[in-house]
Design a protein around this ligand. Structure first.
Ligand code: HEC
Length: 149
């Protein structure tokens, strides 16, 4: 268990390094905004399908979960609001409280997995589970995302 967790952290660190080495800070910001939009789109598509096509819905959710798991890797140092050369809503708190930010990202992953479990079980509470997932978006945004630029 401990070893697995270490490997996951290493994976995130390597991903972050790869992004930093290849791209200018604003490109990293643009990529993560695009990833956020894509993730929101997948959750919406999953929601639309959830009443009629559980399998299709779960496929969209799997894509959303993969995007949610990658959130921390999209925030390397040097890409905060106030850093030179970046226009971003990412508050410096993401880096000063990186454990809290990771917890918020994990919270979304868990909430999306809970939706998936409800879909797999054909549980009618799936709509409530979608609402919980949307709340998990808001929980992070309230603390770590600044006003629109
Ligand atoms: C762990 C924190 C976190 C979670 C969870 C999270 N977001 Fe975000 N999101 C951010 C941050 C930080 C930004 C600002 C990125 C930037 O400007 O560099 C952002 C930006 C966005 C944007 C880009 C638009 C804008 O200008 O802010 C969209 C769309 C978005 N998020 C949707 C979502 C949706 C939908 C969910 C849930 C399915 C979600 N986010 C979950 C942290 C999060």
């Amino acid at each position: 268990m401990k070893r697995t967790f270490g490997l996951v952290l290493l994976g995130v660190a390597l991903a972050a390094t790869a992004v930093t080495a290849a791209d200018a800070p604003q490109d990293i910001v643009d990529q993560r905004v695009a990833a956020m939009k894509q993730m929101g789109g997948k959750v919406n598509e999953a929601f639309q399908l959830s009443g009629t096509d559980a399998t299709g819905s779960r496929a969209k959710l799997a894509e959303a979960i993969a995007l949610a798991e990658a959130i921390p890797s999209h925030f390397p140092a040097g890409t905060a609001d106030g850093d030179p050369g970046v226009k971003t809503r990412a508050l410096p708190k993401i880096w000063s409280d990186s454990a809290g930010f990771k917890t918020a990202a994990d919270g979304l992953v868990s909430a999306l997995k809970a939706v998936d479990a409800k879909l797999a079980a054909k549980d009618p509470a799936v709509e409530a589970a979608f609402n919980d997932a949307r709340k998990a978006c808001g929980t992070c945004h309230e603390t770590y995302r600044g006003p629109n630029k």
